[in-house]
Design a protein around this ligand. Structure first.
Ligand code: AMP
Length: 284
């Protein structure tokens, strides 16, 4: 496995492979890799000739009061996981490689970026869209792999690719969970044992929403209440939002008549947890 840190080396590697007709798959990450990331890498390995994992903790997607400085950076363990999974290139650029002196052009995400996570984290999705566009420019993958775990991000990236004609196929991979249902996340390591016991309640709430829909409840407000009741069973959790939404526009659905996505976020101590479930009517 090659570890590449500079923009010029990354571009030289990918342009050479492109000329040889190699299909490059990119898995963008912020590191602190876990089995969720691993599932994306495996999917890329199966469908592409060469796999690039990018590892960049992008300051532009953190708010001033967020945990950029404290974000975990276990580089050796990350490199070991990538090696184990047969990754061809670990692209771990320096800050200057991504944002060189004079950098000033950014991507402004649209209405999708203003709801839910975007409303709580102003500028977050502009930061995500900008870095994804940069990574696509540097790595020039034909395919890029994202997790459903960050549902809003995955919808936004698909929009970005379409709106700016970036010519990358976006594959969204299912959320990998612990045995108790908690979605794996790099920040879970900061949960205390007691918080860790409370954390799966978010998934349980979303499941209650799904059960309500599958039992024939169609009004968004009623489904919201079914989910909220579950969050209220645990005083450690502070509800941020729970909503039944259209999976493309992310607008709340007053009535569920087709596939819906249940989006949820809670606060647990200093951490925020997000999760989601897709509910297909008439399907699985
Ligand atoms: P991050 O390192 O948190 O920026 O995540 C990098 C990619 O991994 C994103 O596309 C995430 O959606 C995805 N991801 C994170 N956690 C999971 C998970 N539990 N299951 C599947 N994909 C995940």
């Amino acid at each position: 496995m090659r570890i590449i840190r500079s923009a010029t080396a990354m571009t030289a590697w990918s342009r050479k492979l492109q000329r040889e007709g190699v299909v490059i798959g990119l898995v963008p990450t912020m590191g602190a890799l876990h089995d969720g990331h691993r599932s994306l890498i495996r999917k890329a390995r199966l469908s592409c000739d060469a796999v690039v994992v990018s590892l960049f903790v992008n300051p532009a997607q953190f708010g001033p009061k967020e945990d950029f400085a404290r974000y975990p950076r276990p580089f050796k363990a990350d490199a070991a996981l990538c090696r184990e999974e047969g990754v061809d290139v670990l692209f771990a650029p320096s800050h200057e490689a991504v944002y060189p002196p004079g950098f000033q052009t950014t991507v402004s995400a649209g209405a999708l970026a203003r709801r839910w996570e975007g409303a709580r984290r102003p500028g977050h999705f502009d930061g995500v869209a900008t870095v994804v566009a940069k990574l696509f420019g540097l790595v020039t993958p034909q395919v890029a792999f994202f997790g459903q775990k960050d549902f809003q991000q995955s919808v936004l990236v698909q929009r970005l690719v379409e709106d700016l004609n970036l010519g990358v196929r976006v594959v969204v991979c299912p959320t990998v969970r612990g045995e108790d249902g908690l979605a794996l996340s790099s920040r879970n390591r900061y949960l205390t044992p007691a918080q860790r016991r409370s954390a799966p309640v978010l998934h349980e709430a979303l499941q209650a929403g799904r059960t309500a829909i599958l039992r024939g409840i169609r009004f968004g407000a009623q489904i919201d209440r079914a989910m909220q009741k579950v969050i209220q069973t645990d005083p450690k959790l502070r509800l941020d939002y729970l909503a039944v939404c259209d999976p493309e526009t992310l607008e709340p659905l007053p009535r569920v008549t087709k596939t819906a996505v249940l989006l949820g976020a809670v606060r647990l101590g200093r951490l925020r947890l997000i999760d989601n479930l897709i509910v297909r009517l008439g399907g699985k």
